[in-house]
Write a protein that binds this ligand. Structure first.
Ligand SMILES: Nc1ncnc2c1ncn2[C@@H]1O[C@H](COP(=O)(O)OP(=O)(O)OP(=O)(O)O)[C@@H](O)[C@H]1O
Length: 412
């Protein structure tokens, strides 16, 4: 605060405490909006960072602040200057403890609804950020009832919009609605730029709302970002579940761990009689090779703007399931007979593989768990038993987590 005229500055500050953040019911100080109060004679300038508020709300808060300052005895002129915060102390994607992506095989199944309500559920216990990577249909701002523009920090980094402690970034927050007109590389570069440079303050969990489908943008994002796992959203409709099954397979083939599935619009509970009704009459559904994390009903409550930390119980349960899945997503279950060479020096890796493999009977299963791609181990195994690589059948290598690979074969 300025050193000039402390008594007037104190009175201005006291008066400003009556101005509230209309969304959070906090004073503008508690909400962290007031950066500085400068008093020059009878002129007062309040510096305020209102980047967390949408345009209309911010204008209302500025008006209320001006009114409050003007009401203070001794003030001749009042000004409110909007300032940008600094990126200092903020982090980028790499800083998050967990990154969870929400995907769907097709559009319109409720992917963005699941992403936003999941973020709101997790926000009860964590500092959560939500990134809307859906270039052509960025629905997240609408679902959360927030709007842009996106502000930049003093360093020029894009700042997320804050709503009840949840941080949100979306191309849909850009002022002129440009994303809808973007195509291909331009759109991809814009999202990439936002994804890489957004200066987050929250750093526990980042929820990523992916575009629908399994196009290049989706796969590249999943492979480039430090994603712990994906939640896939489907409706309980035969074709939707089959498509989702293929999506799960594709993610696994591309080394993306799948945390589980959300079956959305599972049933509709009648407002009048409370009777649950199926919305889709598809008979028996195909098996999904992923655990079902939640079955969400079709409900008007799920169409309403979610409140971070205060979500319907079915969504809170989804949050708990995802939290539990994230805890184990970084772990790979090592079969008892596997050779675990993670973290070992090169010579020790070779020694363990040699000892175990040469001790096996023909036809016995052999499994290696490694912290790097163990494909070259195939040639080493061949030399050990003087067999060509083709003699190893089956021979599979899969990336079980972002940092664990599993090699499975049989001694020829
Ligand atoms: N469980 C539900 N109960 C009631 N309405 C729902 C539910 N899930 C989704 N909706 C509604 O369905 C519409 C589409 O949902 P949403 O935008 O989440 O789908 P999406 O899969 O993200 O779509 P897109 O493919 O456009 O990204 C929205 O109006 C949303 O409010």
């Amino acid at each position: 605060m300025s050193e000039q005229s402390p008594p007037l500055a104190d009175r201005v500050e006291a008066q400003l405490r009556s101005v509230r953040d209309p969304k959070a019911e906090l004073s503008v100080f508690q909400a962290g909006f007031v950066e500085d109060i400068a008093v020059d004679g009878r002129d007062v300038t309040v510096e305020a960072d209102l980047t967390a508020l949408n345009g209309e709300t911010a204008t209302g808060v500025v008006r209320a602040m001006l009114q409050a300052v003007n009401d203070v005895d001794g003030v001749e002129s009042a000004h409110v200057e909007r300032v940008s915060p600094s990126s200092e102390g903020r982090s980028t994607v790499a800083a998050f403890d967990h990154v969870v992506a929400v995907a769907s095989a097709k559009g319109g199944v409720g992917k963005s609804t699941v992403a936003t309500t999941l973020a709101a559920a997790l926000a009860g216990d964590h500092d959560v950020a939500l990134f809307d990577a859906d270039i052509h249909g960025p629905n997240v701002p609408g679902l959360l009832d927030i709007s842009g523009p996106i502000h930049s920090s003093e360093e020029g980094d894009p700042l997320p919009v804050r709503t009840d402690g949840l941080e949100v970034m979306s191309v849909g927050l850009m002022e002129d609605g440009a994303p809808l007109a973007w195509r291909g590389a331009m759109a991809h570069d814009a999202v990439d730029d936002l994804f890489t440079n957004t200066a987050w303050r929250n750093d526990d969990v980042l929820v990523l709302d992916l575009p629908p489908g399994t196009g290049d943008v989706v796969l590249t994002t999943l492979q480039e970002a430090p994603v712990d796992g994906v939640v896939v959203v489907t409706t309980p409709f035969h074709a939707s579940v089959s498509d989702t099954g293929r999506t799960v397979e594709l993610f696994r083939d591309n080394d993306v761990p799948v945390l589980g599935a959300v079956v959305n619009m599972a049933e509709y509970v009648c407002d009048c009689c409370g009777e649950p009704n199926d919305l889709f009459d598809g008979g028996a559904l195909p098996e999904l090779d992923a655990p079902v994390l939640a079955e969400l009903p079709f409900s008007r409550r799920l169409q309403a703007t979610p409140t971070p930390g205060d979500v319907p119980s079915v969504v809170a349960e989804l949050g708990a399931e995802v939290t539990a899945a994230l805890e184990t997503a970084g772990e790979v279950s090592v079969p008892e007979h596997a050779v675990d060479i993670r973290g070992l020096p090169p010579e020790e890796r070779k020694r363990r593989v040699r000892t175990r493999f040469t001790g096996l009977e023909r036809g016995a299963a052999f499994v290696v768990v490694s912290d790097r791609d163990p494909t070259p181990v195939g040639a080493f195994l061949g030399r050990l038993v003087d067999e060509p690589r083709e003699a190893f059948d089956p021979f599979t290598v899969r990336r079980a987590t972002p940092s664990d690979w599993v090699l499975e074969t049989v001694r020829p």
